[in-house]
Design a protein around this ligand. Structure first.
Ligand code: HAM
Length: 429
């Protein structure tokens, strides 16, 4: 049966093998950092009760009002594809009484998130995040630890042109006096702002600081900022976080105008940005959410975390090698004559049993086409099975990087126990 081609949904995309390789490297680096910092991996479901996000992220936030993928299932329950991971982790923390077993729960996750935003470079409707959450401590040292984890992951991925911006957005009581001063500042000039800012002024005034329009940014130049309204206690908390960061050798900049898009944030907030990304320049963001556990039905418990967008991390990483130029340690078996196909198959299986990558042609291709395929495979070596050598129990090993060729004993190759020995035997530097 034939029919029209079906395309991926607008704002979603396939991650094809070459890109997915980089993807895996990123998640491996994140996993390594998580081990070093002692964060355990957690999986939460991709869909949750809608109420989790509307209560957790905030009824007035852009994510909840405009961006959620919400649907009714067969049982008429309102479900939502997760737009972020924190609310789910907190739900799981409460549901499994994690706090009663450990004073401080440290977890990390990686997976797809869904937001119905206008797609553009670095912004998708299905995107991938990795994130860290630490629930149970209000000590400034945990703020510094998790910011350091965030920063060091970016460092380990070779992202040099990044900047870490930190701020404190206080607690709801402190926000009341700031809100009044902010409102008094804005009211006389409200007409000069864009339509979106006018709307934000009514629903969530602080979000006006997120506007990218030059005119609005200029109007807000001298607007009162929450940082200047912090209580002595929260100011001390923030200063101590900065001292810890200094001790860890992490450079940062105070950005008093930074606000975060989700409503659960309290006290410390931060973002890592990379200029080369254009308007979607935030590669990661996070902060404290000291009231969220209680808001979602748990005992009052402070929490802090961050998440990074994997697509944006990829854009910020140094240039990737073009397709075909990567040379992985592995073997592509080529047959000069189809009668050696079973030998090739046996060899591929044996090499794989040694724990090494191996592949061969499954399309009955010509020798030339097999060599091309060997090159495209990205493996460092090909092994050519030909009549002359096979008669003597030998084969030709070709280095695909520099084209040198060696004659090797087939049995000798298979006796080798591990990759390093094998590499040395065939002259890998
Ligand atoms: P967020 O700032 O909404 O925070 O998202 C974190 C990161 O996800 C952003 O910095 C960006 O890299 C990426 N991101 C967000 N939306 C998109 C999109 N539509 N397309 C591509 N990438 C995107 C959170 O999600 C919080 N849960 C972070 C957190 C964890 N706070 C505390 N714990």
């Amino acid at each position: 049966m034939s029919g029209e081609k079906i395309k991926a949904i607008y704002g979603t995309r396939d991650i094809l093998p070459v890109e997915a390789d980089i993807w895996r490297k990123i998640v491996t680096a994140v996993s390594k950092t998580a081990d070093e910092y002692n964060y355990g991996f957690i999986h939460t479901p991709i869909f949750e009760a809608t109420e989790l996000f509307s209560r957790g992220i905030g009824e007035a936030s852009d994510v909840v009002t405009k961006e959620m993928y919400t649907f009714r299932d067969q049982g008429d329950r309102s479900l939502t594809l997760r737009p972020e991971g924190t609310a789910s982790v907190v739900r799981s923390y409460i549901e499994h009484s994690m706090g009663s077993r450990q004073g401080l729960v440290k977890v990390w996750y990686a997976g797809p998130m869904f937001r119905q935003e206008r797609p553009q470079a670095g912004r998708f409707r299905q995107f991938y995040q990795f994130g860290f959450e630490a629930i149970g401590s209000l000590d400034p040292s945990i703020d510094a630890e998790i910011i350091a984890a965030n920063y060091n992951i970016m460092e380990s991925l070779g992202i040099d042109d990044k900047k870490l911006y930190v701020n404190s957005i206080g607690m709801p009581e402190e926000r009341k006096s700031h809100k009044k001063a902010f409102s008094d500042f804005i009211k006389p000039i409200l007409d000069e702002f864009c339509v979106d800012c006018k709307k934000r002024f009514m629903t969530n005034p602080l979000r006006m600081f997120d506007c990218k329009r030059e005119e609005c940014i200029a109007l807000l130049k001298d607007a009162p900022v929450m940082f200047d309204y912090l209580s002595a206690e929260n100011r001390k908390h923030f200063d101590t976080v900065c001292e810890f960061l200094n001790h860890a050798g992490i450079s940062y900049e105070l950005d008093k105008k930074m606000v975060r898009g989700l409503d659960y944030y309290t006290r410390t907030a931060w973002e890592i940005k990379c200029d080369k990304l254009g308007s979607q320049d935030a590669i990661s963001g996070g902060g404290r959410y000291d009231l969220l556990v209680e808001q979602l039905g748990g005992k009052p418990t402070p929490g802090i975390g961050f998440a990074a967008g994997i697509e944006r991390v990829m854009l910020a990483m140094p240039e990737k090698e073009p397709e075909g130029s990567r040379k992985n340690f592995g073997f592509f078996i080529v047959v000069r004559d189809s009668r050696y196909k079973k030998d090739a198959f046996g060899l591929v299986m044996k090499i794989r049993k040694l724990g090494l990558p191996a592949d061969m042609d499954y399309l009955g291709r010509s020798l030339k086409a097999q060599m091309k395929q060997a090159d495209k495979s990205g493996f460092c070596y090909s092994i050519i099975l030909a009549e002359d050598e096979m008669a003597r129990g030998k084969a030709v090993l070709r280095n695909m990087v520099d084209s040198r060729q060696f004659e090797i004993e087939l049995n000798g190759l298979l006796k080798v126990k591990n990759a390093i020995q094998l590499g040395e035997m065939i002259g890998r530097k």
